[in-house]
Design a protein around this ligand. Structure first.
Ligand SMILES: [Zn+2]
Length: 330
């Protein structure tokens, strides 16, 4: 069917080609550079690193380790430990692996008393009445979530879908994370995947809020831009689809009218119709794609849209009378 109203594919505001770079990694790199101003928040963030990847090691907890696969994050952990415990004896261990993912950097507090001291400070930090134990101050909760996200978090490329998650195999930590996030006016959910607890957000707006709370401002800006583009694209697509639907309806109706007229023609000479019906039938045959209003304008004397519609219905009735097998349009 040669349809001149056909709306072709509308290519509007295509994908961000430059977005191939890992959004999650970019976000983490940004967060890894943040050192909280306040001491309370520094302890809070370090306690998150410790919750996720920290251990008392050796006989009687002789030393304390905090691990991370990213050297950038390990450096942040080191800076936090150094700043909070200036007298601590610290060692950095890097266990190289074939893939960068499996590489482990360890920040180790060496002496028994110091390891115990750091442990006590970080664990004491969590103490608050009630379960799960979340931090008292909002500033510290934000820092905690940042540490948790840097430890075991990821966020998908927003071009594709909205998904931010933090996972852990420790239920207690997962509960702490979800309670902490939700105490910041969000609605994170939890699921289980391959033995891990996964705390996640699916809502674009909430992910933006969380990135903001963690301090990932350039990641946030990038995500916001994509959201706007996506939004505009969706609106345009909705409009286009809507218009296409209307056009299709008009064309469909016109095809049915042409069919009516041709059936009538097979039974009788159109000139036998009343002058007004004859005129509309002729105009429709000549102008298969014109709207009813356009047909009315072409008529002499001109006719209103409802006037044309009335004649179209009469033509259809006549056709049904002449060829009753045709299913009714009403
Ligand atoms: Zn704080």
């Amino acid at each position: 069917m040669g349809c001149r109203y056909g709306v072709g594919k509308v290519a509007i505001l295509g994908g961000y080609e430059g977005m191939a770079e890992n959004f999650s990694e970019k976000t983490k790199n940004e967060l890894a550079r943040i050192i909280p101003k306040q001491r309370c928040c520094r302890i809070a963030e370090l306690s998150a690193f410790y919750d996720f990847n920290g251990y008392l090691m050796g006989e009687d907890g002789r030393y304390l380790d905090i691990n991370h696969s990213s050297p950038l994050v390990a450096r942040k952990i080191l800076n936090l430990v150094k700043g909070l415990f200036p007298t601590a004896h610290i060692q950095i261990l890097v266990q190289r692996a074939r893939s960068r993912k499996n590489q482990v950097c360890t920040v180790r507090v060496l002496r028994h008393d110091q390891a115990q001291g750091v442990h006590a400070t970080l664990v004491k930090q969590q103490h608050r009445m009630g379960e799960p134990r979340i931090l008292e101050k909002r500033c510290c909760r934000r820092a905690y979530v940042r540490g948790a996200f840097l430890s075991h978090g990821s966020v998908t490329n927003p071009e594709r879908t909205y998904h931010l998650e933090i996972f852990t195999d420790k239920t207690e930590i997962a509960n702490r994370v979800i309670e902490t996030i939700n105490s910041l006016q969000m609605a994170a959910r939890m699921t289980t995947r391959k033995g891990n607890r996964v705390v996640y957000l699916k809502d674009g707006e909430q992910i933006v809020t969380l990135l903001n709370l963690m301090g990932a401002h350039s990641a946030l800006l990038q995500l916001e831009n994509i959201r706007i583009v996506k939004d505009v694209r969706n609106q345009v697509n909705r409009l286009v689809n809507c218009e296409t639907a209307n056009v299709d309806k008009t064309v469909q109706a016109s095809m049915e009218q042409l069919d009516d007229i041709q059936v009538i023609q097979a039974h009788m000479d159109l000139r036998e119709l009343s002058p007004k019906l004859y005129q509309i039938a002729k105009l429709r045959l000549k102008n298969p794609y014109a709207s009813l209003m356009e047909l009315g304008e072409m008529a002499v004397p001109s006719m209103s849209k409802s006037g044309v519609n009335y004649r179209i219905r009469q033509i259809h009735k006549l056709r049904q009378k002449l060829a009753p097998s045709f299913p009714s349009q009403d």
